[in-house]
Design a protein around this ligand. Structure first.
Ligand code: ZN
Ligand code: ZN
Ligand code: ZN
Length: 368
């Protein structure tokens, strides 16, 4: 069950990053807060006024500069890079700038604090800075085996939460209470942390990113539960819709169409297919069933070390899907003032199509 122990091939990732750096004439990669640093070196920087920065040159050994007080929690493969712990009176920006001698172009992590980038620009005025996403994002778009194993493990844990929910009492509880239950279950079922818990009942369901409130759930409500956690750095993200008591014929028909739309989206996935075609396939089913006007968002988003990342399944995205890409397929129907519903699974593109990482029942679940 725990594939989380498989070791990622960070040396291979660094080699691929360097290939892209060479092609883009980038001399050095500078990574701080954000997920590119753990992807390449296995360390996540604390967001802090004290600078953490990896300096990864095109040639030569990478260095990770960390505040001395963070150094004890750095567990990094010494084969990969050198560690420099700077003290409270050191000047870390100058220490990075010293390593930029001869550098013309540096790719810097997109989530690096502006204050550090501005200080670096002052300290190394001859360097042109470009976003590190231009180098790392295309690599991260395609998940390797260890990443897929972690996404699958997170997905299975989220499925067990969905199964717990299917047996839970809904009516009489507040959205906030149910959201708290989900947060606890996410950890209980194996996530390191809960990341988000959307519980949207009755008319609140028409808002896709509704924040749980003190509204008491009642018989006759449709309830959208969209939740995920982080496991080994990777996210789960699944949505199931519940009917508190028997659904009205209208809600049942809408969910039937939604179920078919989600399946059509998954069926459209294949290597080489433009990402936008998956959106079109799901949307066509809802259009045919006259629910299309209530499907107000894109069909899906990539997922990995971030909950939302490339690729986006949206009209106009002609980027072809490729084996190893992981993303959500999550059509929804949102009728303002009345109800909402969504079905969301994470899938991975395989040679033959798509592998779902969520397998809990996608049917409208009747709860009490
Ligand atoms: Zn969302
Ligand atoms: Zn979601
Ligand atoms: Zn999602």
């Amino acid at each position: 069950m725990t594939s989380a122990t498989a070791r990622p091939d960070r040396g291979g990732r660094i080699a691929r990053a360097r290939e892209r750096m060479a092609a883009a004439e980038v001399d050095v990669l500078l990574l701080s807060v954000g997920t590119d640093l753990p992807y390449l070196l296995g360390y996540e920087a604390m967001a802090s006024e004290r600078l953490t920065m990896a300096v990864l040159p095109l040639d030569g050994r990478p260095t990770l500069l960390v505040p001395r007080l963070e150094a004890p929690r750095v567990e990094i493969d010494p084969e990969l890079c050198d560690l420099v712990a700077w003290g409270e009176t050191d000047q870390p920006v100058a220490m990075v700038a010293d390593r930029l001698a001869g550098v013309e172009r540096a790719a810097i992590g997109d989530h690096t604090w502006a204050r550090f980038l501005i200080a670096l620009q002052d300290a190394a005025p001859e360097v042109r800075f470009v976003p590190a996403s231009s180098i790392v994002a295309p690599l991260r778009l395609v998940k390797d085996e260890t990443e897929i194993a972690l996404l699958a493990e997170a997905g299975a844990a989220a499925d067990r939460v969905a199964e717990q929910l299917a047996g839970a009492q809904f009516s009489g509880r507040t959205e906030r209470d149910l959201a708290g239950f989900i947060a606890g279950a996410l950890v209980e079922e194996g996530h390191d942390t809960a990341a988000f818990t959307i519980v949207a009942s009755g008319p609140n369901g028409a808002s896709p990113h509704h924040e749980p409130t003190d509204r008491a759930i009642e018989i006759g409500d449709t309830v959208v539960a969209d939740f995920g956690g982080r496991l080994g750095g990777y996210f789960s993200d699944t949505t199931r819709t519940f009917s508190v008591g028997e659904p009205s014929p209208e809600v049942a028909a809408a969910h039937e169409a939604l179920h078919a739309a989600q399946q059509a989206g998954v069926d459209a996935i294949s290597p080489g297919v433009p990402a936008g075609d998956v959106d079109a396939a799901a949307r066509a089913v809802l259009d045919d069933a006259d629910f299309g006007e209530w499907f107000i968002h894109r069909t899906g988003h990539g997922i990995g070390l971030e909950v939302h990342e490339d690729p986006y399944l949206v009209a106009g995205n002609d980027e072809p899907l490729g084996t190893g890409m992981a993303f959500s397929v999550e059509p929804g129907i949102y009728v303002p003032g009345r109800f909402g519903m969504r079905i969301e699974d994470i899938v991975v593109v395989t040679g033959g199509g798509a592998r779902r990482l969520n397998e809990s029942s996608r049917r409208l679940v009747v709860v009490g």
